[in-house]
Design a protein around this ligand. Structure first.
Ligand code: ADP
Ligand code: 5GP
Length: 198
């Protein structure tokens, strides 16, 4: 059995990363990594499904204990990816999606240079602002902070393997699914050729 492939999905808050990723929840060949965060849990969120919620002390202990594949500060909070489960899924042939911000994305790429990096952008920044407003999850102050962070994130987009403009949601999901399938085809082909030599 081939090892699974690792996919990193980043993009400005409100671009639609979560919405796109949720479409893969029922796909057997894909595991959506569940991150740890120190930010407050929101009403609609589920512990252990959306995130694992921890204190700052708890999070820092996880870092010290070497439990995190990567971590970063976004706004005033820590976010990070638990290491063991990602390794376990990849070893079992399952593709893993990390929906993480840019600093963490590059930390992962340094360690796993075959990771496929996908950057999701909105059709316009006006549309992004409207999506954040309509989502109704953050205060105007928090939305403005996220837009501010978006500028730095967009400057890193060019280093990603793929940029997907999330205009029509169905099309975006299809594009990401195609990226996953293409990588799978490539890894299958290469390992078949190597097997022939053995
Ligand atoms: P992110 O995870 O990138 O912060 P979300 O997935 O929460 O963004 O999406 C932000 C908001 O935009 C949500 O309310 C979502 O329903 C909406 N949304 C996502 N994709 C689209 C799209 N293609 N067209 C219109 N609205 C969208
Ligand atoms: P939110 O508060 O909207 O859930 O997430 C804020 C930002 O943190 C998003 O850009 C999201 O992709 C990012 N994020 C979520 N989990 C992780 C993680 O484990 N590591 C890193 N580096 N960023 C994360």
């Amino acid at each position: 059995m081939n090892r699974g492939n690792l996919f990193i999905i980043s993009g400005p808050s409100g671009a639609g990363k979560g919405t796109i990723c949720n479409h893969f929840l029922n796909d057997d060949d894909v595991y959506l990594s569940v991150s740890v965060t120190t930010r407050n849990k929101r009403n609609e969120e589920i512990e252990g499904v959306t995130y694992f919620y921890d204190t700052v002390e708890g999070f820092e202990r996880r870092i010290q204990d070497g439990k995190m594949l990567e971590w970063a500060k976004y706004g005033d909070n820590y976010y990070g990816t638990p290491k063991d489960i990602v390794e376990e899924k990849l070893n079992n042939g399952i593709n893993v999606i990390l929906e993480i911000e840019v600093q963490g994305a590059f930390k992962v790429k340094e360690q796993m240079n075959d990771a496929v990096m996908i950057f999701i952008v909105p059709p316009s920044m006006k549309e992004l602002y409207q999506r954040l407003l309509d989502r109704g999850r953050e205060s105007i102050g928090e939305i403005n902070k996220r837009i501010d962070i978006a500028k730095g994130e967009l400057k890193k987009a060019i280093y990603y393997d793929h940029i997907v403009v999330n205009d029509n949601l169905k099309d975006s999901v299809k594009k990401v699914r195609n990226i996953i399938d293409e990588r799978k085809e490539k890894t299958n082909l290469i390992s078949r050729l190597i097997e022939e030599l053995e």
